[in-house]
Design a protein around this ligand. Structure first.
Ligand code: SF4
Length: 455
């Protein structure tokens, strides 16, 4: 965890608190779910720290007397993980190991009434937009002067940057708009300020995230304005890589492709969840597109940005998905050979439009389809990785683990994509630095390499 600008700011506040005898509070903040939730946790930590309250992220042990759990409420598995985590800490409270448990985030936003009833031992529940109320529990105020500053919990050299909140899309299977509300873009100047502060704190890679990043600006600038944001953010001193996540295929702003080619700091990488390939399924999913339009978009992206790595996500087992439509998805993935691909199984979520449909694909069939698709992707990924042997890639070294220095190329996002492994017994590399790595071996989802020339 890293503090800078407000170290002295916190100190002043901490002294004030000493007089109030409150500073015995030590908070452990636990984050579940996606990178957007992680950014929210970082904002909570920044505000607590800014109020002179000691806070750590996901620490073991019971040094901390108060636990805040930032939950995920997206799909069944995620909801279960959130509930298990809450029960773990309410049990620790019952055993006198901690004093208070506060719950915030998407699960709390979506099911507060039921959860308050079912887990009465939680001290307070907060929605996704109720940070000031949470701070009140610590007799702390929301410090506007801290907006744009953020403690980060990721490795020092990369950080997530949320460019908007909420979503206006009607995707049939998705409960996120229920938990996060309508799409609200952050003003471009505020994003640039936050990015500059992160760069000042040593961040070299910015990962732009949102529910739908390609919708950026439509609300506040009445036009899709992602290209201007990308253009300006990629000029910030100290930022070497800008990575775009969560693009949406329908209404895709193709003007960003020109910026991606022109600005070398923008990674040759695009995360664009497609969810399916069959036109019938895309219509059932209310994605507002078809197979034909999707393929036209992919052709445009691949032709305008040569060598781009496309990450996508597919959803299998949506109500109405037949074997034939699943086979069509398999053929599509085999044809387009995405560099990176993830698969979700459909989860029947109340409050979504798909909840009105009959969840007619048995769970075991959903899982079989997800496994079959990932097995295909494993082969595709291995072949694509084998083509990299002998080439040298600019690699950002993230960590050292199990005898290896582990890094990523511009084609790989943290946590979800491939990694490059360099033997730490034979070579020394500096974590947080870039190195030119010559690829010597390929695995399904990893590469092995040695430091190349000009390192
Ligand atoms: S774009 Fe669709 S899947 Fe993504 S958050 Fe919005 S509604 Fe959900």
């Amino acid at each position: 965890m890293r503090v800078s600008f407000f170290a002295n700011f916190a100190l002043q506040t901490e002294n004030n608190l000493k007089t109030k005898g409150i500073n015995k509070t030590k908070v452990n903040l636990v984050t579940l779910g996606c990178s957007k939730n992680l950014v929210d946790s970082e904002v909570i930590m920044t505000q607590l720290k800014g109020n002179g309250i000691s806070v750590e992220h996901e620490v073991d042990g019971n040094e901390n007397n108060i636990v805040i759990i930032n939950t995920c409420g997206f799909i069944d598995n995620a909801k279960q993980e959130s509930i298990d985590t809450i029960l773990k800490y309410t049990e620790a409270k019952e055993n006198g190991l901690i004093e208070k448990v506060y719950v915030t985030g998407c699960l709390s936003q979506r099911y507060r009434d039921e959860l308050e009833h079912e887990i009465p031992n939680v001290d307070a529940w907060f929605g996704t937009m109720e940070l000031p109320l949470l701070l009140k529990k610590f007799k702390a105020d929301y410090k506007h002067e801290l907006i744009g500053e953020r403690i980060t919990t990721t490795a020092k050299h990369y950080a997530y940057l949320k460019i908007s909140e909420g979503c206006d899309r009607p995707c049939s299977f998705c409960a996120i708009p229920i938990m996060r509300g309508r799409h609200v873009s952050k003003p471009i100047e505020a994003i640039l300020t936050e990015a500059k502060n992160l760069a000042r704190n040593g961040v070299k890679e910015l990962l732009l995230i949102a529910q739908d990043s390609t919708y950026y600006g439509l609300d506040i600038y009445k036009k899709r304005n992602l290209s201007e944001l990308l253009d300006r953010i990629s000029d910030i001193d100290g930022i070497d890589w800008v990575r775009l996540h969560y693009a949406f295929p329908t209404g895709f702003p193709e003007d960003i492709l020109e910026v991606m080619v022109r600005k070398k700091t923008i990674c040759n990488y695009l995360d664009i969840p497609l969810q399916h390939a069959s036109t019938n399924m895309l219509q059932l999913m209310r994605r507002g597109t078809s197979r034909n339009k999707t393929e036209k978009l992919l052709e445009t992206i691949r032709s305008k940005v040569p060598g781009i790595a496309i990450r996508t996500t597919m959803l299998v087992g949506h109500p109405g998905e037949t074997d034939k439509e699943f086979q069509e998805l398999m053929e599509f993935v085999d044809e387009w050979k995405f560099e990176r691909l993830g698969v979700f199984t459909y989860s029947h979520e109340e409050g979504t439009s798909a909840y009105q449909l009959n969840d007619n694909v048995p769970q075991e069939v959903k899982e079989e389809r997800a496994n079959e698709l990932m097995e295909l992707q494993e082969q595709i990924s291995l072949k694509l990785n084998e083509e990299k042997i002998g080439n040298t890639y600019k690699t950002l070294i993230d960590r050292k683990e199990s005898g290896y220095f582990i890094g990523r190329t511009e084609y790989d996002s943290p946590e979800v994509d491939n990694e490059v492994l360099i033997d730490a017994k034979a070579h020394y590399l500096k974590i947080g630095d870039f190195a030119n790595i010559k690829i010597t071996e390929a695995r399904e989802f990893d590469l092995h390499g040695i430091p190349g020339i000009n390192n």
